[in-house]
Design a protein around this ligand. Structure first.
Ligand code: EPU
Length: 302
């Protein structure tokens, strides 16, 4: 979708929004898949209510992009524009055991920065790509921990009230790869309360998790992490592997040889290829185990 009306373009500039016409989302997603649309980069959180009013008044649908690392975007010209926060400098400010973090901060860099200041707890998340805002919205987790456990306060744009609001940690429910945020809420910043730990101890935890991840996941390849959520008490990866589906392909979309719940883009896969592969694997699992796997990856397909 293209914003061509000069009045809207002028208003965007007034709101400190940087308009990047015709951006290829394949370049902004870890899967390397996705069509083209206008990208609106937001420099000031405070401009969001006016920006969203402007888009609504002009019938411009939108989606909110974090780090693009858990996302499968459709092909071709996309029927909505994409909003993304510009990362401020600094993006993490420490105050005792509290870390004030911008939604656009890189998750891994934030964890490392806190570790260097003797604040730990999130060692398991070190290899998870993406932004802090994205991790928060999905309640990213790995190796027995989840980001939600450390949330003291979240500042967000609430689509329902059309306002920027602050929620306390106990007003939000964090479950397995799911939160009580509405799909169109936008995470702006978070205060995390982290336990004190010596840097050396945190570093050792990080080293162990990194090793586990390197030995079981296809880290060098284009993927969106796990495609399906684990069904209660089971591992989707093991179920897919047990059916002998590693290497199953549709075009360049392929079930990883290393971890069967990672589907990789081995070349120039389209969203259609990836969606066909996902549907095929889901159907085979349903037939064999009678289990309907739920997507873990977020799909923006028109
Ligand atoms: N397994 C296989 N074959 C495979 C993959 C896994 O037999 O191809 C077996 C493993 O040997 C292990 C079991 O299945 O015994 C579980 O595997 P793993 O430890 O890799 O954990 P997982 O349940 O597949 C989850 C998360 C990952 C997270 C890891 C580590 C989900 C859907 N996945 O994977 O998160 O990194 O645990 O904590 O919850 C993600 O969210 O994108 C993601 C990758």
């Amino acid at each position: 979708m293209r914003i061509s009306d000069p009045r809207i373009v002028a208003k965007l500039a007034e709101m400190h929004v940087d308009l990047r016409p015709g951006t290829a989302l394949a370049e902004l997603t870890s899967l390397g898949i996705g069509g083209t649309t206008d990208l609106l980069r937001i420099k000031k959180h405070e401009s969001l209510p006016d920006l969203l009013s402007l888009l609504d008044a002009n019938n411009v649908p939108h989606k909110f992009l974090g780090g693009g690392s858990n996302l499968l975007v459709g092909d071709g010209e996309l029927p909505w524009v994409v909003l993304q926060l510009v990362r401020p400098e600094p993006d993490v400010v420490l105050d005792g055991n509290l870390a004030h973090v911008d939604g656009a901060a890189d998750l891994g860099r934030m964890i490392t920065f806190c570790a260097k200041n003797d604040l730990g707890g999130m060692e398991g998340l070190i290899g998870v790509p993406g932004t802090v805002g994205g991790a928060l919205r999905m309640n990213a987790g790995a190796y027995g921990m989840q980001i939600g456990s450390y949330v003291r306060e979240v500042k967000l744009y609430r689509a329902a009230s059309r306002k920027i609001e602050v929620l306390q940690g106990d007003q939000i429910s964090f479950e397995y790869r799911h939160t009580s945020f509405a799909p169109d809420d936008m995470m702006l910043s978070v205060i995390l309360e982290l336990p004190s730990k010596p840097f050396k101890v945190i570093l050792e935890g990080i080293r162990i998790c990194n090793e586990k991840r390197r030995s079981s996941q296809p880290l060098g390849q284009k993927s969106a992490g796990c495609i399906f959520k684990n069904p209660p008490g089971a591992s989707a990866g093991r179920m897919i592997d047990d059916l002998g589906l590693k290497g199953l392909s549709v075009g360049d979309a392929r079930v990883s040889d290393r971890h069967a719940n990672f589907f990789v883009n081995a070349g120039h896969a389209s969203a259609k290829d990836m969606l066909t592969l996902i549907a095929d694997v889901r159907e085979r699992i349903q037939k064999t185990y009678g289990v309907s796997l739920e997507n873990e990856v977020v799909v923006w397909n028109a």
